[in-house]
Design a binder for this molecule. Structure first.
Ligand SMILES: Nc1ncnc2c1ncn2[C@@H]1O[C@H](COP(=O)(O)OP(=O)(O)OP(=O)(O)O)[C@@H](O)[C@H]1O
Ligand SMILES: [Mg+2]
Length: 280
């Protein structure tokens, strides 16, 4: 089932900056899709079109078949949960608990159902006991998790995450990846993430749109997109580190592979296969 459809969309900021040029994409229910691109590619601009924070200059954006316009904002905003790039743009309540309760109250959820949703969201992001703290006094990574909890509590159909791993430490990145995979698997929540972190994309996304200077330059499965090494490097991105290592080993004729592994797990599997073959 198609959830989001972007057709021939361009966006021009009021100062004349053309941020998106004729973008077309579709996102289906249950998918995990990455919008990968360097700084200034247009990722955050694109995301703000999904829930009407920005309106396309030309072209159309629909969510579950509804055009993204004022009339449909309540329905669309309860389906599309957005976690902003900068949590300070999202957090404005005086306690973490209130921050999570705010969205729930807007959805007319109250009483025990609200308490349960708050407790569930805090637990899932590992912030139990933080309810009475002020979001403004938390670290950058903790703020990101509060922003995620406040959106997750509303159980959106689609979770849109702008640079979810920026400012998180390595353990928090691993935990977040596992958390996002599990909410996709267990609750069927569709994931769309914007990032330039090429190492996390193969761990999280099934499909990738590569964005540069407001245009989609490549799209396809994660493997298909990363197979275009030249284009990836041309637009100031790189291969995942493990793929680069294997690329060097292939170049030095230490290894022979058809497709570069994009994750450590895949590289380990490949090396084990090589050893087995050498043993035969
Ligand atoms: N409010 C604004 N007014 C004018 N131009 C803007 C505004 N916000 C963004 N831009 C411009 O639009 C283009 C796309 O910006 P956007 O923030 O969407 O990129 P991004 O891919 O999210 O980058 P990053 O990885 O740095 O977050 C850039 O050239 C940027 O300078
Ligand atoms: Mg951005």
């Amino acid at each position: 089932m198609e959830l989001i459809n972007v057709a021939g969309v361009s966006y021009i900021y009021s100062d004349g900056q053309l941020a998106l040029k004729n973008i077309s994409l579709t996102i289906s229910k249950g998918e995990k899709v990455a919008i990968l691109g360097p700084n200034g590619a247009g990722k955050s601009t694109l995301f703000q079109l999904f829930n009407g924070l920005l309106q396309a200059t030309s072209g159309t954006v629909t969510v579950k078949g509804l055009p993204v316009c004022k009339e449909h904002f309540p329905k669309i905003r309860s389906s599309v949960g957005m976690v902003f790039q900068d949590p300070d743009d999202q957090l404005f309540n005086s306690t973490v608990r209130q921050e999570i309760a705010y969205g729930l109250m807007n959805m007319h959820i109250s009483g025990q159902a609200m308490e349960d949703a708050i407790a569930w969201a805090l637990e899932i992001v590992g912030l139990q006991g933080y309810g009475t703290k002020s979001p403004h006094n938390l670290s950058g990574g903790e703020k990101k998790r509060v922003a995620l909890a406040s959106v997750l509590a509303m159980r959106p159909e689609v979770l849109v995450l702008d640079e979810p791993t920026a400012s998180l430490d390595p353990l928090s990145v691993s935990k977040l990846i596992e958390l996002l995979k599990s909410i996709n698997r267990d609750f069927g929540i569709t994931l769309i993430l914007a990032t330039h972190d090429v190492d996390i994309v193969p761990l999280l996304a099934d499909r990738v749109y590569l964005l540069n200077k407001g245009e989609i330059v490549l799209s396809g499965s994660t493997a298909e997109v990363f197979a275009h090494k030249g284009i990836i490097r041309q637009i100031d991105l790189r291969l995942p580190r493990v793929a680069h290592l294997v690329e060097l080993l292939v170049h030095d004729r230490v290894l022979k592979v058809d497709d570069l592994p994009l994750t450590i797990g895949k590289a380990k599997h490949l090396l084990e296969q090589e050893r087995t073959q050498d043993g035969n």
